[in-house]
Design a protein around this ligand. Sequence first.
Ligand code: ATP
Length: 237
Amino acid sequence: MAPTLLHVQDLHSFYGESQALFGVFLSVHAGEMVTLLGRNGMGKTTTLKSILGLVRPRDGVVRIEGHAVQGQPAHRIARAGLGLVPEGRQIFPNLTVAENLVATAANPTSGADPWTLERVFTFFPRLAERRRQMGGQLSGGEQQMLAIGRALMTNPKLLMLDEATEGLAPMVRAEIWRCLAQLKADGQSILVIDKYVDALTRIADRHYIIEKGRIAWYGTNSDFLDEPALKERYLGV
Ligand code: ATP
């Protein structure tokens, strides 16, 4: 099996006195696409934020390539190799497409084939056409591509996406999943957080389902497909 890139164990996170995570665990191996699925409010975003140090877990372990990072400041954890495509995209509306991408570029010499502006434009030709337009002028799907491109510019070991296709039309959603499938085929490790599972069962390797702050089920994609009741029970679809 490929080496473990991200290892999360027994995460307990709180908002004030209100506990949101109760011992969450998950792992992602190099080259894998893993999903964290669950209904609204079950703790998906809190798990991502706890991994990234944006919410400080009260207990638990987060290891990136074997190094414990929990408790470190968020920018250091990100620099250890995590690239986030945040919920709501959060691109800079008053910067051009190219400026949005350059604003986050990092680790330009890491890896054999680092992400550069030109590589992002080759991967997303639509962004190349719009390179001089303001981020705020792009369609929802283009903004999502920009948010993904921006995360790739940090040359992440693990690309993490929070509700990447939220609010997008079905065709645009399909285009985003195609992009992710291509990234995975190129060897990018990916953790996807989503409510919609159908498209993901065509590309993901493994799934975790979270319910009320606890991992309620986990397994391989084929295990998931063998248990159709899971969808209704935990995802309400
Ligand atoms: P969604 O898709 O709606 O974002 P989610 O599965 O990502 O759902 P979280 O956002 O992680 O869920 O929320 C988990 C729990 O933590 C919920 O009960 C939510 O109300 C609570 N919560 C989230 N953010 C905060 C916050 N800033 N302050 C207090 N409670 C919060």
